[in-house]
Design a binder for this molecule. Structure first.
Ligand code: DOR
Ligand code: ZN
Length: 379
């Protein structure tokens, strides 16, 4: 079965700053191994990506290492809300001069606003800052909000006030999907994504597969491998997502790799890897009649391309063996993090081949393009 190259509008690579978890090479290899030919990277790296200098830092690493196509988000911070205006701040936080912030928004995938608890330093609490970012970020460039529950209601109100689109990341709750549904019905320009883990897992301790196969003896409920933001929700929430599929514009992995040692250690960071499990999990849902292949294409290619204004990738497609059954194993994955919350899950539907811009980039478990093959689609 042939599908278009998948697009993941929400992944975390850890370069700059934490390449022991993932870098542009391992992360884009994981993307290809998951059927993704284009990924949009989030800005909560170390340092965070929030101006021309830090964007250059991420893009320099991407240019030499990425194996699939990509673009990089910039983060909304307290000091960078005057996007594209000459009167912008005169210096970066470390004192170095801002080179030319002017063209910056156009070189980025979009603006990411962290309005709720997350991993890293980027978080905006002051709503007057939200307003400034909404006013100054170009209307034809995407804004993505990590905004849960009441913060989500507030950010949707801002989209209505400033009459511009906002894309809501990783919707997980019944109240959230119903809010977005109502906002859409009123003509507010809101779109949203849901992750596979919020579709297939519920909060502990009610999820035996994750509990028995991953937490292991002695780790117990509440172990770090459960930690993810937004948190895993209840069965009622999960059911509401499935019942409102038509409200969900995209499936995005929120691939957030942390090593097993970190997940099992003190103060485990939140986040699940997801690039290499999304497609088989969703194809398995097709097999059991919960989804159609067209549902997948719409939410993993057509809609992300439209919402994020991404170019067509010529001569690009993926091939899957829809009948192949296998068990998910972290040991076989390209991600550097070394684990998956879906370890041992039985799936039906395996990625066979990825052709990217005319070149076979992945075939039967092997990456066949070199670091640097990927291009910046905002380049
Ligand atoms: O679980 C999460 N992990 N949620 C976030 O918002 C950030 C992400 C990360 O970067 O690890
Ligand atoms: Zn994320």
């Amino acid at each position: 079965m042939r599908l278009p190259g998948l697009i993941d509008p929400h992944i975390h690579l850890r370069e700059p700053g934490a390449t022991h978890k993932e870098d542009w090479d391992s992360g884009t290899s994981a993307a290809l191994a998951g059927g993704f030919t284009l990924v949009l990277a989030m800005p909560n790296t170390k340092p965070p990506i929030f101006d021309a200098a830090t964007l250059d830092l991420a893009l320099a690493a991407a240019r030499s290492k990425a194996r699939c196509d990509y673009a990089q988000f910039v983060g909304a911070g307290p000091d960078n809300a005057s996007w594209g205006r000459r009167t912008a701040r005169a210096a970066n936080t470390d004192g170095t001069p801002v080179r030319d912030g002017k063209g910056l928004p156009r070189g980025a995938a979009g603006l990411k606003m962290y309005l709720d608890s997350t991993f890293g330093q980027l978080r905006l609490d002051d709503m007057t800052l939200w307003m400034q970012h909404f006013q100054n970020w170009p209307k034809d460039m995407p804004i993505v909000a990590h905004a849960e529950s009441r913060s989500m209601a507030a950010v949707i109100l801002m989209a209505a006030i400033y009459d511009r689109p906002v894309h809501i990341a990783h919707v997980s709750l019944r109240e959230e999907i119903l809010l977005i549904k109502a906002a859409k019905e009123r003509g507010i320009k809101v779109t949203c994504e849901v992750t596979p883990h919020h579709l297939f897992l519920t909060q502990p301790p009610s999820n035996p597969p994750l509990n028995s196969q991953n937490l292991g003896e002695g780790k117990g409920v509440g172990g770090g491998r459960w930690e993810v933001r937004p948190r895993l929700a209840t069965q009622v929430d999960v059911d509401a997502l499935w019942q409102n599929l038509d409200v969900i514009d995209c499936f995005a992995t929120d691939h957030a790799p942390h090593t097993l040692a970190e997940k099992d250690g003190e103060n485990p960071p939140p986040g699940f890897p997801g690039l290499e499990t999304a497609l088989p999990l969703l194809l398995t849902a097709v097999d059991s009649g919960r989804l159609t292949v067209d549902d997948i294409i719409l939410r993993m290619h057509t809609n992300p391309r439209r919402i994020f204004n991404l170019p067509e990738q010529p001569e690009t497609w993926i091939e899957v063996d829809a009948d192949a059954r296998y068990e998910i194993r972290a040991a076989e994955m390209k991600s550097r993090c070394g684990w998956t919350p879906f370890e041992g899950w039985k799936v039906k539907g395996r990625l066979h081949k990825v052709v990217l811009r005319g070149k076979t980039a992945f075939e039967d478990g092997k990456i066949l393009v070199k670091p640097g093959f990927g291009i910046n689609v905002r380049g």
